[in-house]
Design a protein around this ligand. Structure first.
Ligand code: MTE
Length: 310
């Protein structure tokens, strides 16, 4: 399936906000060319640039998951995540801010400018997908609070509810991980326009197994940074210790930028298995620096040793 309905959106001034997108569809429909690939040259050139021709089928993106709170096998989250209650749901913004706030998810979703973007998702296990997300830029939410100048990092926390998340209750299912799942970004990474909080995918609300009601999406980093079902966003002075750093700091670094030249001890990162559909399923493709988003993010790491800071 060629990407027609979702712009591969790294082109800042052309960000497809929902109303704009609808309007464009209406105009194209009127002209009788809606859906025609030639009507979206910007999409094709972006796809060519990133060698992306397909969107991963929804069935695969929603049944091949990592969400250890619901089990260690890829098929477990789709089977077990229905027990997660996603309403009512509140998100706290805490730490180095002028005033901590607690927001209801539905208020957030009403206030934030919702956009749709297709992004590559690259797992450290050397598989990848291309997923059309719906959500908003994290910086838009962080701008609701006054961040103290001492803040240098942002820590994210997943809901802790062992009665709803079987892997948090049973370590044999949840892999003896110390829950809640924690992740972190440097403040400038969090503020980068590519960093999204997603509440939907494939034009629908996020399924629980993909991190409902709100998850992080950081497309130039390995997928484990994209923490699911977030309840707290904390501005911190110190670099947060993520779940994976706590588990195995020699294998999982804080930055986790996709980098074909720095191998994980168990997985070469030079290539990846792209999970597509039909003819494109499971094609091997070369991994791109910063997952193909070098132009947008490399400036944040200039002068930094990316081998040491893996
Ligand atoms: N978030 C939480 N809370 N728990 C997890 O186990 N797994 C991470 C990340 N976010 C995980 C998580 C990993 S390893 C990956 S690759 C992505 O979610 C997978 O996202 P997906 O299942 O939507 O493809």
């Amino acid at each position: 399936m060629l990407i027609k309905n979702y712009k591969f959106d790294v082109d800042k001034e052309k960000i497809t906000d929902k109303s704009l997108y609808k309007k464009r569809r209406e105009i194209l429909k009127f002209m009788g060319i809606a859906g025609s690939i030639t009507a979206f040259p910007n999409i094709l050139s972006a796809n060519d640039k990133y060698k992306l021709k397909t969107i991963t089928p929804k069935e695969k993106a929603t049944t091949y998951n990592n969400f250890y709170e619901f089990g260690l096998n890829k098929s477990d989250p789709a089977k077990n995540a229905h027990t997660l209650k996603t309403r009512p749901w509140q998100i706290k913004i805490t730490g180095e801010v002028d005033k901590e706030i607690i927001l209801d998810i539905d208020t957030i979703l009403k206030e934030m400018p919702i956009i749709e973007r297709a992004y590559r998702l690259r797992c450290v296990e050397a598989w990848s997908m291309n997923i059309p997300w719906r959500g908003f830029e994290l910086n838009k939410l962080l701008n609701k609070v006054k961040i103290n100048s001492a803040a240098k990092f942002v820590q994210f926390k997943t809901k802790y509810a062992p009665d709803e998340m079987i892997g948090q209750k049973n370590p044999y299912i949840g892999g003896f991980i110390q829950y809640p799942y924690i992740e972190g970004l440097r403040l400038d990474e969090a503020m980068n326009p590519l960093t999204l909080l997603a509440n939907g995918m494939y034009g629908e609300d996020l399924p629980n197994q993909n991190g409902a009601p709100l998850r992080l999406v950081v497309p130039w980093k390995y997928g484990f940074k994209s923490i699911k079902s977030i309840v707290e966003i904390k501005l911190t002075k110190e670099m947060p210790k993520s779940t994976w750093m706590q588990l195995q700091s020699d294998e999982y670094g804080f930055y986790a930028n996709v980098n074909p030249n720095v191998d994980h001890p168990r997985w070469s990162q030079a290539e990846e298995r792209f999970i597509g559909g039909g003819f494109f399923s499971f094609g091997k493709v070369k991994t791109l620096m910063f997952n193909g988003y070098e132009e947008e993010v490399a400036h944040m790491y200039s002068g930094m040793d990316l081998v040491k800071n893996f």
